[in-house]
Write a protein that binds this ligand. Sequence first.
Ligand code: ZN
Ligand code: ZN
Length: 636
Amino acid sequence: MEGSDSFSDDDDFVTTQKRTRRRATPEVVEKKAKLVKAGPSTSAAKSKPSTTKTATALPDPSKHLAVETTRAANCAEGELNPRGTKDKEKRKSETATSLVREDQNFLPVPWSYILDEEEMEVEEEEMRLRDGRGIIHRAVELAEEFHIKYVGSSDVRLGTTVKGEGVDQIRKTILRLVGVAQNETTSSDLDVFEASPELVSTQEEQGLTAGQREVLFQEIFGRGGRVDVEDKPGWFLIIHKAPTTGLIHLCLEVPQTNRGVLGYIAIRLCTKPKCYQYSQTLSSDVLPKCAQHQPNPIFSVVEMTDYNRRDVLVLLHMKLAFSVVSNASKQMKDEKAELMIHHLCTGYTQWANYCTTSGLQTRPIPKSISRHHFNNEGEALRMLSFESTIGMFIKLASGSQPIINLDDLIPLCYGMEGEIDARLKELGIELKVRRHLTKDEKAGVKYPFPGEYLLGTAAAAQQQPAKGNTFLYTIMSRNMWYFGWSNTPDFKHRFQLRAGTDGAREYKRITEKRQKDRELEIEGLRQRDRELGRAEDLCIYPPPLKAPTMTPYLVANCEDDDKKNINTKTIEAKMIIAGYVAYLLGLRNPIRPNSDVGYSTNKCSLVDSNSWGEICEFVKLFWGFEPMLGKLNERN
Ligand SMILES: [Zn+2]
Ligand SMILES: [Zn+2]
């Protein structure tokens, strides 16, 4: 049991890295594991100002921002800034953070993979065919059911706009101030046969006119420059002059904690007619636009670190959306992204938590390590998935430096096996099969997690739900596995589609729809042939596409009295990562050996950096293959 007393619960913060040995005995496993995950974490949440943590305490009224109570001189009707005001350049003043931004010579804390000495241990065993095999590059297009599962829910899917929190209430407040009835109430009173289209037209078709905007501003000025947002306690609409640019805007004022102090921030409302969004509007624009209405949208994936931290490699991956002038150079995009991460970080839970780490020598300042820019959000999401999956392996591998990985949920990357293989190799890591276990070898593998392994045992049928009992399960088909946990060993309701959108349900929905669509297609062709009077046995139809059978299996139980089921979720996360490793290595459903190479369909939480040993043990137990992270280019 070497090393078992030198583990830290928070391995990230120790400078001498010790990890679970690959051949860890089960005792090692029983140390407390900590699941590194907190707070909401949709990609959308990462790329919009965090205005959501406002529920409980409100800032002291003295913290309200300065507001304007009269209109600036020489404004046109419905405008807040004098005629001819131009957009401002971004602030050029020299601050600690601007110096960090402009530091072109910055290099992150170097990290390189070091092989655990244990790994070198050579055993006398006969080589088997698949020993040493690496990541399998699949030369097929990734089927829809295996598309990357992005964090959050379906609204983060491509192309859909996420409506910001409170946008409906902002709209309602503004329309009431202007005295315009909302669309719903107006149209329901109308007799559609008598009303001409012009009469139906409320501001919702047109957007506010200059006159209506003028009314809005005068109403707010008349109330002292600040009005409550309806049904959003603690939220206000204010007319506010940006201290840095002097530009005046209609803003949302919401509570925000900055460096531990609860205060308010102003966020510009989009000035596109009919839009009440506020995400990513700029104080330097005379007429700010939200992310959706900015011209030339750019979606960037940034890997960033803490500029001031030199003892540990801090990593965080973020997706940004912003707009640039047309034909902007890579350097311009880089600069803009650099400017944005500073603002976005403060609203990002994981970074904010990191900033409160006790004993930090210097205040953390975010600095990008790499930047990738796209015109298309889908490509950016794929890159985010790729980069954070690589970050997960860096966290799991034993490195020359301890790392703090601030990514919370990893949208595991599918369909890019070649790229993952290549990047890991660049880092000196080679993921491969160390050993295809023989039957005897497999029989000797112990379940690495707390609780009882039930797969294929008689005990599986005897499990009962009880307080403090949790269950780990898998759902498998001929080409898919999914891991989850439950309070009950009974899966009767597991497949009901209305209950959620996890990977298993999505797989079921998509494959069943494909089967149904094919049935309809064939039926349509049959119908046509009958109408044409063709002889049935001469007609050729496309083959049916039968949705694969999905079977749930109880994998293990666990005693977990914790309200949040942290232990169970930690085991689940490790099983999910094991399932992902099995996918990369091209393994198959172990219960149906003649099945195809499988895909996992989970996204996952990050686990402790000392989890790799347990993950490997589980792959051995479940699939009968031992994975390893080999070291490439070892020189001595
Ligand atoms: Zn907008
Ligand atoms: Zn990365």
